[in-house]
Ligand binder design. Structure first.
Ligand code: FA5
Length: 333
């Protein structure tokens, strides 16, 4: 029995097979166990002799099985180590990193510019009262921008703000002059989508109220931040315009960032960028609506389209690209 068992054990390659052999010889119904059980039928003289031999055989088989068990376990461990070995010379997996959205980059850049100019950054809600968005801003009852075809109303008195100028009212009601604030955020209008219009877009509002504030201060501020954001001494052109909340009111044209005013494909040969901002001196009625005496104080305000600033700055010819979240587009900035 010992010879056959050891011979079989010599051929064992895994722990399963080893266990099968253990059961075959040493298990309850095993061959050797059978011999030991049969001892009772033997004579007194035979019993110790056979018993000793049987025990020696059992010990030999058990010992060999224990040895093999250790050996096989070791082999399994080694194979595992080999399989799990890390080749540190292999190139690593590339981690896809996100990029800042060009619009966010423009907003952060502008906020920094205005902060260094001494402006406070303030927030305002996207859901506004009709009073803050229109009435307090001196907007006539029959002004077309109030129309339901232009503005998203939530109730008769509540709407999605159509511009960030509503933050002017909040600032003047909550602060005392001198006031110098900038506010950025989303605005909403019933505008049809085209390359430069979106029903949801972003504006930056600026407001300065103090004693002796004049148009020259306004023009200087505009010229300064245009130069800072575009990193170039770009020419500006002030065109008379009408806003109910400023008087005088102007729209500002900025020379094309690409050709610096010479005329190129991106500006359609005009030398000027698309319409970027409106501004003016705060209307005395608006100051009065907010409890500020126009005899003592004056102010200027401006509102610019942030999406369009980002478009000009990063050479983006379609506003839709800013809102589609196409990774291939966003990864370029
Ligand atoms: C206003 O909204 C005024 N509140 C700006 C202002 C503030 C004037 C303070 C005076 C004092 P306007 O409607 O022109 O003005 O919009 C300002 C800018 O927002 C535009 O020059 C343009 O750059 C941007 N804009 C307007 N409508 C859209 C739109 N649908 N999609 C993208 N940008 C737009």
């Amino acid at each position: 029995i010992q010879d056959i068992a050891l011979e079989k054990l010599a051929k064992v390659c895994d722990l399963n097979e080893l266990d099968q052999i253990r059961v075959q010889y040493l298990g309850k119904k095993g061959e050797l166990t059978g011999v030991l059980r049969g001892m009772g039928a033997l004579s007194k003289e035979e019993r110790p002799v056979i018993g000793q031999v049987a025990n020696e055989v059992r010990e030999a088989i058990e010992n060999r099985i224990e040895e093999l068990k250790e050996e096989l376990k070791q082999r399994v461990r080694e194979a595992q180590f080999k399989a799990e070995k890390i080749d540190i010379t292999m190139p690593g997996k590339k981690v896809a990193s996100g990029k800042k959205h060009p619009l966010l980059k423009s907003i952060e850049e502008l906020e920094n510019i205005f902060m260094t100019m001494g402006f406070d950054i303030v927030d305002g809600p996207e859901i506004e009262t009709v009073y803050n968005n229109f009435d307090a801003l001196n907007s006539p009852e029959d002004h077309p921008s109030r129309d339901e075809s232009d503005t998203f109303y939530i109730t008769d008195n509540i709407l999605l703000r159509t511009h960030t100028s509503s933050v002017q009212i909040r600032a003047m009601e909550n602060r005392k002059p001198p006031i110098r604030i900038v506010s950025t955020g989303r605005t909403f209008r019933f505008d049809a989508v085209d390359d430069t219009h979106s029903p949801m877009f972003h504006q930056l509002e600026g407001l300065v109220v103090d004693k002796h504030v004049n148009v020259a201060n306004l023009k200087h501020t505009i010229d300064l931040f245009i130069r800072e954001i575009f990193g170039n001494q770009l020419e500006t052109r002030f065109r008379p315009h009408y806003f109910p909340f400023t008087e005088p009111s102007v729209e500002v044209d900025v020379a094309c960032f690409k050709c610096l005013g010479k005329g190129c494909e991106s500006c359609g040969g005009t030398g000027w960028s698309m319409e970027l901002l409106g501004c003016g001196m705060v209307h005395p009625k608006v100051l009065r609506n907010c409890g500020i005496d126009p005899e003592e104080y004056s102010g200027f305000a401006f509102g610019l389209g942030l999406d369009r600033i980002a478009m000009v700055k990063y050479g983006i010819n379609n506003i839709r690209l800013l809102f589609e979240n196409d990774k291939r587009f966003l990864q370029q900035f």
